[in-house]
Design a protein around this ligand. Structure first.
Ligand SMILES: C[C@H](O)[C@@H](O)CC(=O)C(=O)O
Ligand SMILES: [Mg+2]
Length: 441
């Protein structure tokens, strides 16, 4: 039973100094400080439950997203939670269509990241009030209710509401068995933790040895800054993991289209499954050209972590520009918009392999991909969810990995809540961790 009027929305800027250890570094982001615009929603319900939401950022700029969250709060505070979830499509539309705020989007950039943070908090609260982990809340919804959360504006030329309904209706077959399978075996994952671009070879070797011992079979390597370096690092990791394990490459948008094709061709001997973000995330035709050129080498194109919205995904799918679709729980407009992308991917028969890592992304996206398997895709073929082993200790309900698979969360909510102590210590710039760093002579 959903209850309560939203009485408060607070946003804070929480940053972790990950750049000090080069964690998360890639060809375009050499010094990321994994950060979150963190949202807490309170209601007047007597249950004392709060909704926690976040969006992922890289340090500087988090204050801009926090500002955007505050600007959106007029659409949230004083709203009845039941009214929101009973017309979630309308509420999504209201947040994304504010006649003034949409000018700094629409549905992209800081204002869309803010939308994600706010809506993630609302989904967390809803799931908590229902006493279910978010994936289970979604799995238990009937197709009509799921569809009522989605804004189909701008995608009906690729997926109509009727087609989406048919997909969800078909997904009902075997759903119980798939849920049992998830609870027993979890959702397959891959690791990006071994090979950030700023890690020296020795560290890469050590982390790869440990990952192999822990049972990982799929590995992603950062590439794109320097070709001889890439060749050396790919050779090293391929030799360590052997010919049968899976290797993926991630260039984080570093190249021109032609350059991407030439560069990846030179890395083809290492048998990568995919090249991720070879060029600008906005360049749909560029991705299509790269996909076409690399297909004969057996290398697919993966993208999505910086695709602003469902419209970009629609075009990537229509243009046959990608072979692996990487949803992001904090870049798209929360669960609502992710649902539309999962359904489009199903229609176009493209496997979804979510982006995770950062801070909190594993915690959130595991819910979406577990739901996807149980209720939408019904398949694990060519599918896996990213995992990065950083910062989980700051969450009250951290993601759990067993045998290189995500264990479905059991706690109610969207796994978004940070430990109070972490949120206090890492608050930027007042928190004690930042005070120490910033006050160093
Ligand atoms: C800056 C981030 O760490 C980015 O490199 C993450 C990413 O591309 C991925 O996990 O994939
Ligand atoms: Mg990436």
């Amino acid at each position: 039973m959903v209850r309560g009027r939203i009485t408060g929305l607070a946003a804070s800027d929480i940053r972790f100094p990950t750049s000090l250890g080069h964690h998360g570094s890639d060809a375009m982001h050499p010094d990321p400080d994994y950060s979150a615009a963190y949202v807490v929603i309170e209601t007047d319900a007597r249950d004392g439950l709060k909704g926690y939401g976040l969006t992922f950022t890289l340090g500087k700029g988090t204050e801009v997203v926090v500002c955007a969250v505050n600007a959106l709060s007029i659409h949230v505070v004083n709203k009845d939670l039941e009214e929101i979830v009973n017309d979630f499509r309308g509420f999504y539309r209201q947040l994304t269509s504010d006649g003034q705020l949409r000018w700094i989007g629409p549905e992209k950039g800081a204002v869309h990241l803010a939308t994600a943070a706010v809506l993630n908090a609302i989904w967390d609260l809803w799931a908590k009030q229902e006493g279910k982990p978010l994936w289970k809340l979604l799995v238990d919804m009937d197709p009509k209710q799921l569809l009522s959360c989605i804004d189909f504006r701008y995608i009906t030329d690729a997926l109509t509401e009727e087609e989406a309904h048919e997909i969800l209706q078909n997904g009902l077959l075997g759903k119980k068995e798939r849920e049992e399978q998830m609870l027993k075996h979890g959702y397959p994952a891959y690791t990006t933790s071994c090979a950030w671009l700023g890690y020296p070879d020795q560290q890469l070797k050590q982390l790869c040895t440990e990952a192999l011992k822990d049972g990982w079979t799929r590995f992603k390597v950062k590439v794109g800054a320097d070709l001889p370096d890439d060749i050396r690092r790919c050779r090293l990791i391929r030799e360590m993991i052997g010919p049968d394990k899976t290797l993926m490459l991630d260039a984080n948008q570093r190249w021109e289209v032609k350059e991407a094709i030439e560069w990846v061709t030179k890395l083809a001997e290492f048998k990568p499954l995919w090249i991720e973000e070879p060029t600008s995330p906005d360049d749909i035709l560029g991705h299509a050209a790269i996909s076409k050129a690399l297909a004969p080498l057996g290398i697919g194109v993966a993208t999505g972590e910086q695709c602003h919205n469902r419209v970009i995904f629609k075009q990537l799918l229509q243009a046959k520009a990608l072979s692996y679709l990487q949803i992001d729980s904090c870049r798209l407009g929360s669960v609502n918009e992710n649902l539309s992308v999962l359904l489009m991917a199903k229609k176009f028969q493209i496997p979804v392999c979510p982006h995770a890592g950062g801070v909190g992304l594993c915690e959130l996206v595991q819910h979406l991909i577990i739901f996807d398997y149980i209720s939408v895709s019904g398949s694990l073929e060519n599918r896996m969810c990213e995992y990065v082993d950083h910062l989980h200790e700051h969450f009250k309900y951290p993601a759990i990995i067993k045998k290189a698979s995500y264990v479905p969360p059991q706690d109610a909510g969207y796994s978004t809540e940070m430990k109070e102590e972490s949120a206090r210590k890492y608050l930027f710039p007042q928190g004690e961790v930042w005070q120490k760093i910033l006050c160093k002579p």
